[in-house]
Design a protein around this ligand. Sequence first.
Ligand code: DGP
Length: 232
Amino acid sequence: MSAICDLIDPAEHRRGAFIVLEGLDRSGKSTQAKLMEQRFVELNKPVKGMRFPDRTTPIGQMIDGYLKSKVEMEDHAIHLLFSANRWEAVAKIKALVAQGTTVIADRFFHSGVVYSAAKGNPALNYKWARAPEIGLPRPDMVVFLDLNPEETARRGGWGAEKYENGEMQMRVRQLFRDLGKKDIGDWSGEKEVIVLDAGGGIEEVAEAIWELVRPRVEAVERGERGSLKTVF
Ligand code: DGP
């Protein structure tokens, strides 16, 4: 073996993956994120589930008050709070991934851009909404669980929070579907999000997600995707 190979310890370069599930409110994201986490546990692979917004931090509590309509907030101001709530988790995400733990996030920056753009405020367009997300860790894969808003609205607990109304959810769905056609814009040719039909049963959807995610995670494990990239 060459001297260079002797110097490279493959384990040292093995990072974890960063996988994000996106979806409409009550689309089954949180259930699916837990089921995916379970797969990693069964395979003895280190994994950590996270969710955004993280309502446990001081910023997250402000967001929670807004979503529960306890406080009013100007559109740009709440947008920046959602973004700040992601930024405050960056060091943790990077450290976990660097130590070889896969992070599964229930929502990340695409929700930020899409939910704000869906408000239809001309002063808060897609370009403006994306700007504060630049520099965040870029997920290795983002899966959008695509479901008809009429279906999610029939599910228990729907309608209690700010964005849980039919029109908003329709616009959110359309914007996510558009992202499914949009290239990230680097050499990879990957799309911003992968749109997955989430209309089946829980196990069926879990299997479909795993079929997408598993090869990507294995590519990360083989070192083929290099280090974690950033949003640009
Ligand atoms: P959840 O905890 O997943 O139910 O999300 C709470 C709500 O907040 C949901 O309607 C989606 C919305 N949301 C999540 N992230 C963002 C964001 O970054 N910006 C905006 N405007 N809304 C978001």
